[in-house]
Structure formats: structure tokens, C-alpha cells
Design a binder for this molecule. Structure first.
Ligand code: MIC
Ligand code: SF4
Length: 748
């Protein structure tokens, strides 16, 4: 599998590195090594960080079921016989967590039949590997099977960077990007700047890899990594397991980073060996110098990275982040005080561990050690305690080594190997809409409504071992590191710091493989899309730009504050419509705060004055009248996931322009791909000038060009007008997408 890819790559790397060192006049960082060795054409490209667009040739594409549907529907429009690069589809997001693993899985297979059949038949026809529901969560399966040091993979999921744990650049993209790469085109990305993170010391006691990234989330914020690669190095890096590195890279998505990566080391060798890839490990060892930065980089990193952060792992305390955003971080010792001060409900209503981020053998064995100590003291979980294993391998190994039993004795429920409660696929029995209560998980996301569909829920994130201790205490003010807890006999005791094994001594137990290889030739095979399906709808190309400026567009919504893709296109119950653009568009902006409405997701039809309508209802009314509209947004608009529905639904419902203070990377690209004009205020204060009844024009579009601001005119109801400037990052090629109506139209 990855062996041939790695062999070819390592063989060509030395020559490209010689050229690159010459061109740049210096040694190369690891990120640069991976970028230059995947250049579509190293010689003709410009290599300017933060400015140049790079055209790269990824080694692989990975897609998960919720985003693969649009990716495949778009790929099919390109009329190709086969995917041009090795690709896989993973069925993980659509399984609802309710009754435990077996029953949930059976029901999922039944209720998602149409979608799974579509994906399986498309995979078979186009030469794509298919991982069945229950096989595991995309990022864990990729780490176990496909990731390799020095490689470049793109995935239709924002946590694809998990693969950085094995020393590769693994990057989250929208489905259109994946579709194009599978159609044989190079993949474009803004040349990222580099943040170097130098790790010293060693984690000990309660501190875990999760705490490294939770701490960094607090330090760098959810915008801090935008258009940057986070590259780790230093003596501390070598002390962290490969899966721990995966966790750190996975949650680099929460910094908005393009991706994160660690240099190749012995921990990666150990992980490759235990996941049956000894040959690959040996090949990487023989090529080690290609898979780490040049020595001079590590000697004076400040000369090579745009920003340096130092973290002493020995001093790191366990952290808790949240609610509502992953960058509201504090050491656990300060949680109780802050909860009191801010009035967070301290009784915990649920504790959840696992997910794509934190279900390694190390995580699970350390959490089980805490659970065992609780059981020994006669305690059980005081809250519902849910465990989401990342893959079939992890699940079977947990079972063999007795961890499942421990969790179940504690009162826990083991769910199927899937995303479940992390993506709102969770039937929380006790939650009440309108009532704030607190939950804690070892996942990576905590936006409002994310887990249980209830916007008021305060969701906190911590390491799995801390979450397990929380489950036992049932209280957010409990600090297992420093405080005692009462056992069943009334006597107080203190938890010993968690202990676990990085990798299973007996190797991984295997379960059902869950992998279906594609047909040797797809000729004559059909892709199953039932014409009357409620779940799938073939795509119609979006209309081309008519060559006219956008004049006096009504304001569809001005979002206030955080506007993640979960606000724009909520998941949970809507996940089932991910393959049906018309149906899913009814969810558009349901979670967003409208600056002109007290109720999230609601707004006013400014043409009739009727208020209390959903944003999709309003957009459908405008569309029926042949009128386009504009969306105005705040900072880091579209942060969070890669779901391109957050761009496709607005496009489908006739939004012409999205004008914000700033964008998150994947979403900005997704908007451009779908033919929406993505603009940013030249002066962010102009955001304040936009009022509900304004009509807004964007003009001079026939001369739209890279680096040339767009003129935006705000027409007020009193007849006055003010003109402001909007910037954009549209390239020459992207101008063509805009004019063609979408990137896909430009291709055909
Ligand atoms: C997420 O964690 O938000 C998701 C669900 O995995 C998304 C993808 C999706 O919306 O399908 C992501 O991270 O990109
Ligand atoms: Fe699945 Fe959650 Fe990971 Fe996204 S973050 S891939 S929803 S487990």
C-alpha cells in the first residue's frame, strides 16, 4: 500500500532537496521537505510563505462518509474512469450513538442503506478503497494503515492532520478539492507560514499529549494557526508516543492550522512495527535524514520558522478548555475557581472519552487505570460515561486486555467505532433545550450544540484520564491532581497519577477487517443513486456568473461573534441529508447568531418585513424572486470543519457574496470553489456600519483580479450611500472559478 508510495517518494526527495536548498539559500524544515517533494513542478513554482499558491501532488485522498457524498457527487461530474491517486472512503460519521455498539451499528446499516450503497458502489467503480461502517474513524484508520513519514495526504475532514503523528503532512480539505485531485489535477494551497514548537522535558504524572495541545489552544487561539503549519521538534518531541503526537496534530485543527507535523523518530518506528508495517519502518529508518528537518534548522530554529514557541513538557499541568470554544483554556487547578466566578453549572451530566482524537491504547489504558482505582474504592461513574473507540483494532484490543470490562463495571457504555456523540449523533436521554448544564469529553470540538444538539450545553474538553476522573466525581470543581475524593466507605483517598502502556505488549488484537477493495475495472459498473431518494441528489452545475456586478443585494444575515461551520450548517440530525443539497439547505445558518435577531438562526425578510423566519426560508423566498443576497460575518468566519455544505447551501440558495472580518482557511476555499465571492473588510470596523435594511453592491467585478480590492457600496434606507473597500485572496485561477460559476464548471 504505502510502501510503493514511500519508496518512490524517498527516491526522488534528495534531488529536489538539493534544488530547494539552492533556491532558498538555506537548509530545509521538515514541512518544506514534504512540500517541495510534492510540488507539481518545483522549478516553475514560486515559494513564498504566506503569499504563493502552491500546486501539489498529494500521495493519497481520504474521505469520510458525511463529506464523501458531496466529494463523490462532484468527482462524478468530472467523468473520469478511475480515481487518479489512491483513495479511501470511511463510514464513521453516520452511526447514531444510543444503545451501545452492536445495536447502533445494525440500525445505522439499515437507516443509511442508500448512502452506504451509493458510497460502496462509487468506490468499487472508481478504484477507491471502502471501509465499512464500524471499521473505525477515518483518522485512526488512516494512522493505522496509510500514514507514512514524509507523505502528503488530503482528507475531506478538518482533523486529517492526525496523520502528522507519523511524520506526514495530512491536510483537511473540502470535497471539491478531493474530487479534483481524484480527477488528476494538482491540489492548490496557500504556501503556509511555519510555527516551530520546541518541546523540551518529558510529560509526567497526569499530564498527557492532549494537554500540550489544549495549552497551545489557549496560547495561540483558534485563529493563531490560520494558513500556518505547526512543526514540532526538540528533545521533548521524541518522548511522546506516535499516537500522542497524532492527538497533538489532530487538534491543531482547533488552532485553524493548515496542518501540524512531527519529525520521524523511534516512536514512529514502534508504531509502524506494531501495526504490521515493519518494512515501511525500516525504509524510513534508512532514509531518516529526509524525514526530519536539516540539522542547521534545529540548531537555530528562529532563522527558519516565522514564529517559535517553547513548551517545557515537565512543567505542563493538565488543562481543561471550554465551554463553547477550544481556546478558553486553564490548568485544571484553576477550573473550580473559574466555574464559581463564571457561574458554570458544576454538576456534570455526561463524561465521554475516545473519538478520533483520543482513543489510542495509551489513552485507554491510562483511563482504565483511573477507572480501576475508582472501582477499588467502591465508586462508580456518577455521570453517564460513554466510550467511543477509534477503530476495530482498538476496540478488540481494549476488549482482550480487560479495559472494556473495567469501563463497563464503572457504569460506562461502549459505543461503536465511530464519531457518534462527537458529531451530535447522540441521543442524550436527559438533556433539555433551553437549560444550561455541563458535560466533559476528550473530543476536540465544543461548539454550542455540537454533541447533543442543545445550544445551551456547556461542553468542556480534557484528556481522557481527566475525563474519567470527572466521570467518577461527577463534578467540574474536582481536581484529581491535587484533591482527594471520598470512597464508598467514606474515607478520602487521592487518585494515583494514571499509568498505561503506549502500545499493547501483546500486539493489537484484530477484529473484522471492514475493508472492501475496489473492482479491478469499473467498466460496466453503476453507481447507485435511487431517483426518489431523500438522502441523495445528483448535482446540477451552478449557473455561470452573468457578467454583471452585484447591485443592491439584500442582507441575508449578519452573523455576530463566532460563526463556525457548525453554526452555518449544523450536523447531528442534519447529517442524514449530506448527500441531498436541496434538503440540507434548510439547515442553513440555523445555529448562527444574527446581529439583528435575538433568536439564533432566525431573521427578517427585508423585502416584506416579515420576521421570525429561518434564514433558509428567507433565502428561498429571495431565490424564487430571482434575487441574490449577501452574508456578512465576523472574525475567523467558517472555522471548524471542512464541510462544504456550509458553502454549497448558500450558493444553492443564491448567496452571491460573503463579506467578513476574516475567514478560516478551508471554508474560504470552499466558498471560492463553489463560485461565491469571498471578501474581507479592508477596515474591520466597517462591519459595524452594516444595518439590516441596507442594500449592498459589489462592483467592478469584470476586472476582478488578484490583489485588487473590490468596491462595496452600502445603500442606506435614507437614500445615502457609503463606499468601503473589501479585500480578497482570489488568484488568477480562482477568478476563472468565479466567472464559471464554480471550480467544477471551470474544469468542464
Ligand atoms: C467535524 O469534526 O466537525 C467533522 C464532522 O468531522 C467535520 C466534517 C464534517 O462536517 O463532515 C470536519 O471536521 O471536517
Ligand atoms: Fe469524527 Fe469527531 Fe473526529 Fe470529526 S472530530 S472525525 S466528528 S470523531
Amino acid at each position: 500500500m504505502s510502501m510503493d508510495l514511500a519508496k518512490n517518494l524517498y527516491a526522488k526527495m534528495p534531488d529536489v532537496f538539493v534544488k530547494a536548498r539552492k533556491k532558498f539559500g538555506r537548509g530545509l524544515t521538515l514541512s518544506e521537505k514534504v512540500l517541495v517533494s510534492h510540488a507539481d513542478n518545483f522549478d516553475t513554482q514560486t515559494w513564498e510563505r504566506g503569499k504563493a499558491m502552491l500546486a501539489l501532488r498529494p500521495d493519497r485522498v481520504a474521505m469520510q462518509d458525511a463529506t464523501a457524498q458531496m466529494a463523490m457527487l462532484q468527482f462524478m461530474q468530472a467523468n473520469k474512469q478511475q480515481a487518479a491517486v489512491p483513495s479511501t472512503i470511511h463510514c464513521d460519521h453516520l452511526i447514531r450513538a444510543e444503545m451501545g455498539s452492536e445495536k447502533d451499528l445494525l440500525r445505522a446499516v439499515d437507516e443509511n442503506k442508500e448512502v452506504y450503497n451509493f458510497l460502496a458502489s462509487a468506490a468499487k467503480k472508481y478504484g477507491i478503497g471502502f471501509w465499512k461502517p464500524g471499521a473505525g474513524i477515518i483518522h485512526q484508520v488512516v494512522l493505522e494503515n496509510y500514514a507514512f513519514p514524509g507523505g502528503l495526504i488530503i482528507g475531506t475532514d478538518s482533523h486529517t492532520p492526525n496523520g502528522g503523528g507519523l511524520g506526514m503532512l495530512a491536510i483537511g480539505v473540502g470535497g471539491a478539492d478531493a474530487g479534483e485531485v481524484m480527477a488528476g489535477l494538482p491540489w492548490e494551497v496557500l504556501h503556509p507560514k511555519l510555527i516551530g514548537i520546541r518541546l523540551t522535558g518529558k510529560l509526567s504524572g497526569w499530564a498527557s499529549p492532549k494537554d500540550v495541545i489544549l495549552y497551545l489552544c489557549g496560547l495561540l487561539t483558534v485563529k493563531g494557526g490560520t494558513n500556518k503549519i505547526v512543526e514540532y521538534f526538540g528533545p521533548g518531541a521524541e518522548t511522546i508516543s506516535a499516537t500522542g503526537k497524532g492527538t497533538i496534530c489532530n487538534m491543531g485543527a482547533e488552532l485553524g492550522a493548515t496542518t501540524s507535523v512531527f519529525p520521524f523518530d523511534q516512536k514512529m518506528v514502534a508504531y509502524l512495527n506494531i501495526t504490521d508495517r515493519a518494512e515501511l519502518a525500516n525504509l524510513a529508518i534508512a532514509n531518516k535524514s529526509l524525514l526530519v528537518a536539516d540539522p542547521e534548522v534545529y540548531q537555530s530554529p528562529e532563522k527558519y520558522y516565522d514564529q517559535i514557541v517553547e513548551v517545557d513538557l515537565s512543567k505542563l499541568e493538565p488543562h481543561v478548555v471550554g465551554p463553547h470554544t477550544p481556546d478558553l483554556a486553564r490548568p485544571i487547578s484553576r477550573m473550580a475557581g473559574e466555574a464559581k466566578e463564571k457561574g458554570y453549572p458544576v454538576e456534570l451530566k455526561a463524561a465521554l472519552i475516545g473519538s478520533c482524537t483520543n482513543s489510542s491504547y495509551e489513552d485507554i489504558s491510562r483511563s482504565a487505570h483511573i477507572a480501576q482505582q475508582g472501582l477499588k474504592a467502591g465508586l462508580k461513574a456518577k455521570t453517564p460515561f460513554l466510550v467511543s473507540p477509534g477503530s476495530e483494532r482498538i476496540y478488540n484490543t481494549m476488549k482482550r486486555d480487560g479495559f472494556l470490562e473495567t469501563f463497563e463495571k464503572l457504569g460506562g457504555t461502549v459505543l461503536s467505532n465511530s464519531c457518534g456523540p462527537c458529531i451530535g449523533q447522540w441521543k442524550r436521554a436527559d438533556g433539555v433545550k433551553g437549560k444550561a448544564d455541563s458535560i466533559v469529553s476528550s473530543f476536540n470540538r465544543n461548539f454550542p450544540g455540537r454533541n447533543d444538539g442543545i445550544n445551551e450545553t456547556l461542553s468542556f474538553l480534557a484528556s481522557p484520564e481527566i475525563v474519567t476522573a470527572y466521570a467518577i466525581s461527577g463534578n467540574l470543581t474536582f481536581d484529581p491532581v491535587n484533591q482527594k475524593i471520598k470512597g464508598a466507605d467514606g474515607k478520602e483517598f487521592k487518585f494515583e497519577p494514571p499509568q498505561g502502556e503506549e502500545l499493547p505488549a501483546k500486539g493489537f488484537a484484530k477484529g473484522e477487517e471492514g475493508f472492501v477493495a475496489p473492482a479491478a475495472s469499473g467498466e460496466g459498473l453503476t453507481v447507485e443513486v435511487p431517483p426518489t431518494s431523500e438522502r441523495l441528489q445528483l448535482l446540477q452545475p451552478f449557473p455561470r456568473w452573468d457578467g454583471k456586478d452585484f447591485e443592491k443585494l439584500p442582507l441575508l444575515i449578519k452573523t455576530k461573534g463566532k460563526t463556525t461551520t457548525d453554526h452555518i450548517s449544523p450536523a447531528g440530525p442534519w447529517l442524514k441529508f449530506r448527500g441531498h443539497l436541496d434538503k440540507i439547505s434548510d439547515n442553513m445558518f440555523l445555529g448562527a447568531n444574527n446581529a439583528f435577531s435575538s433568536e439564533p438562526g432566525k431573521g427578517t425578510d427585508v423585502l416584506t418585513g416579515e420576521s421570525g423566519l429561518t434564514i433558509a426560508q428567507i433565502a428561498r423566498r429571495y431565490k424564487a424572486k430571482g434575487i441574490g443576497s449577501i452574508v456578512v460575518g465576523d472574525e475567523n468566519y467558517g472555522e471548524g470543519s471542512s464541510r462544504e455544505h456550509a458553502a454549497m447551501s448558500p450558493r444553492f440558495l443564491n448567496v452571491k457574496v460573503v463579506l467578513t472580518k476574516s475567514f478560516a482557511r478551508i471554508h474560504e476555499t470552499n466558498l471560492k470553489k463553489q463560485g461565491i465571492l469571498a471578501l474581507t473588510f479592508a477596515n474591520p470596523k466597517d462591519y459595524e456600519k452594516i444595518e439590516q435594511q441596507d442594500r449592498i453592491s459589489a462592483t467592478g467585478l469584470s476586472s476582478l483580479a488578484p490583489g485588487k480590492p473590490v468596491q462595496v457600496t452600502i445603500h442606506k434606507t435614507d437614500g445615502t450611500a457609503l463606499t468601503i473597500q473589501a479585500n480578497h485572496s482570489i488568484t488568477e485561477q480562482q477568478v476563472a472559478w468565479f466567472k464559471a460559476g464554480s471550480a467544477l464548471n471551470a474544469l468542464n
